[in-house]
Design a protein around this ligand. Structure first.
Ligand SMILES: NC(=O)c1ccc[n+]([C@@H]2O[C@H](COP(=O)([O-])OP(=O)(O)OC[C@H]3O[C@@H](n4cnc5c(N)ncnc54)[C@H](OP(=O)(O)O)[C@@H]3O)[C@@H](O)[C@H]2O)c1
Length: 241
């Protein structure tokens, strides 16, 4: 049980599954978070067939009861957690104008992408603090960068996905504030921009492959010194907040 123990939310498909596979291949013990039991079992079986150590953690990040149950299961089975990768995310609004976008859709984006991410992190922090070196990686997006979104020369400038964008900007603020709070601990906190990636998600269909989309997250998760905290980055370097 000397393998780093890594929980990835929304890991039964898309980038979450690829992160699980690549970190598993690199020697991590994967706790594969999924809210869909059948898909979660299939995903864990696929990893195990590749020789990866993996367990299913049923986890709906928008459901407090589910988060508590997941936290209790990890506590009783492992007693700690080394890494948390907050990957689960949805986009309920695409190409809808901020002037008319339904509040329910904005709330829906925030329930998963922001409140869910914050709640999972808060519940997992006692377990992460039992590790000698732990990392929290929040999967954000360049469309949530206020600097990029307000730059008329950027492609994001014309991107109408206000609820999703705002939820990712809020995630970035959580990264900054939590990294600051934890700066004297062994826990680092960072945001990552995958880029525009061909997945099932509504913002997907982009030019990057899934492997390219997870590259920065995997690099950060495997960083041996765990010396980077409070950053927003992608494979090209630092992304402006
Ligand atoms: N694709 C892109 O171009 C792109 C760009 C920037 C950022 N991102 C971000 O990257 C992350 C992964 O996205 P992806 O493109 O790989 O999307 P994806 O293929 O749609 O996968 C998203 C995963 O999150 C899960 N999920 C959604 N709501 C959940 C909830 N309440 N609880 C637990 N799991 C939940 C999904 O499960 P269900 O199928 O059950 O909903 C699925 O397993 C997201 O945070 C996304 O915002 C994506």
């Amino acid at each position: 049980m000397n393998k780093p123990l890594t929980l990835i939310t929304g890991a039964d498909k898309g980038m979450g599954f690829e992160i699980a596979k690549e970190l598993g291949q690199a020697g991590h013990h994967i706790l594969l978070g999924s809210r869909n039991k059948d898909r979660g079992i299939t995903a864990v079986n696929t990893l195990q067939q590749e020789g990866i150590t993996a367990n299913l953690i049923l986890l709906d990040v928008a459901d407090e009861t589910s988060i508590i149950a997941a936290q209790q299961a990890i506590t009783s089975d492992f007693g700690k957690l080394d890494n948390l990768i907050n990957n689960a995310g949805i986009t309920l609004d695409n190409w809808e104008k901020p002037s008319t976008l339904a509040i329910e859709k904005i709330r829906g984006d925030f329930d998963v992408n922001f409140f869910g991410l914050v709640s999972v992190t808060q519940h997992m922090l006692p377990l992460l603090s039992k590790s000698t070196s732990s990392k929290i990686i929040n999967i954000s997006s360049a469309v949530g960068s206020l600097t990029v979104a307000s730059d008329p020369t950027s492609s994001v400038y014309k991107h109408f996905s206000f609820g999703y964008q705002a939820s990712k900007a809020a995630v970035n603020m959580f990264t900054i504030d939590l990294a600051n709070e934890l700066k004297d601990t062994q826990i680092t906190v960072n945001s990552v921009n995958p880029g525009w990636v061909a997945t099932d998600s509504d913002v997907g269909g982009g030019p990057k492959t899934i492997k390219e989309g997870v590259a920065r997250t995997v690099e950060l998760a495997l960083q041996p010194t765990n010396s980077i905290s409070g950053t927003f980055s992608d494979t090209d370097g630092i992304v402006p907040w």
